[in-house]
Structure formats: C-alpha cells, structure tokens
Design a protein around this ligand. Sequence first.
Ligand code: FES
Ligand code: FES
Length: 188
Amino acid sequence: MSPSPDAEITLTVNGTSHRLAVPATAPLLTVLRNDLELNGPKFGCGLGQCGACTVLIDDMAARACTIPVGSLAGRSIVTLEGLAKDGRLDPVQEAFVTEQAAQCGYCLNGMIMALKALTLRETAPDERQIREALRYNLCRCGTHLEILAAARRACGLAPAERLQKMHNGEETTPRQHPPTKLQNNAGA
Ligand code: FES
Ligand code: FES
C-alpha cells in the first residue's frame, strides 16, 4: 500500500500554531516527536493502551499514538512541555518532584497529563476520581504508591496514612502493595 500523501495541516500545540506538511493519517504522537521535536509524550505501546503518550486536546486527556493528525484542525493540543509557565513547573509536576514519584520515569508524562486533565475539569478531585483518572495509565516499575501520593498532593488531598509513615521513617516496607485498582491495570 502506498503511503498517504502529505497534506498541509495547521496544528496548535502549546499555544503556538504550526503549519506542517504531513500525512493526515500520521499519528499525532509521531508528528509531535518527529516534526515538532516535543519528546515529552512517550511512545510506549502505540496501541492506546499504556498512556505514555498522553496529551491534552481541548483540556481532555487523549492518547496521541492513536489520533490521526488530520482530525485535529482547530483543536488545542498541550504536551508536557506546555505545562510550565514563566519558568515555574505546573503544580502537578511540582507534586511529582516533591514526592519523588519515579523510578525510570517513562510513564510519568502520561500520569502527569492525565492528572492535569483531571484538575482542569474538577476543582477538588477525591480519591476515587484520582484513581479513575489514572486507571488506564500503566507503570511497569511499580511506582504506584509514590505516583498516588503525588496525585493526592496535586489534588490538595492529605498523603495516605501509610505513605506518611514511610516518609516519617516509621515504616520502611518497600513498594510492594500498590493500590488494588492501579495494580489491576498495571499490565504486569
Ligand atoms: S503509546 Fe499511546 S497509549 Fe501507549
Ligand atoms: S516509573 Fe518506570 S514505568 Fe513508571
């Protein structure tokens, strides 16, 4: 099958308009990474299943690996690179730094963007909404406890009691019991 011919497409990414000649069927993720050199969104599964490529489209979390770029005219796309403002990290990013919520870090773009979408649509997300927002974002390193702590911090909730104890040195059990919902969707 011959490749789709390039089309002239205007994409608005992180507030900047870009005129690009790319196949309309090209996945948004490919265009972001290869043409715009925005490497915040990661390639994980390429099948819409892991969440590593998550971006915001009109403030909603979306999987860039499955969305043809030709369908995005007039839409506002935000990548991880577009979150920091005036040299300051977004509060969701700050929460991940504070909680040191990473091992390899590959999943974090998707986690942060999914949480950002949640905080944009809910002023005071609760625990259930946080877990639902992260339900289909996978972390192969098993960093779920720290990610959940960062998510709670980003949403203005108190740290979970067990995590607080670990931070205080009262409990030293390593990360081995991720929250059930996240564990069930970790794809391990
Ligand atoms: S790379 Fe897009 S969901 Fe996995
Ligand atoms: S920190 Fe490595 S995949 Fe999540």
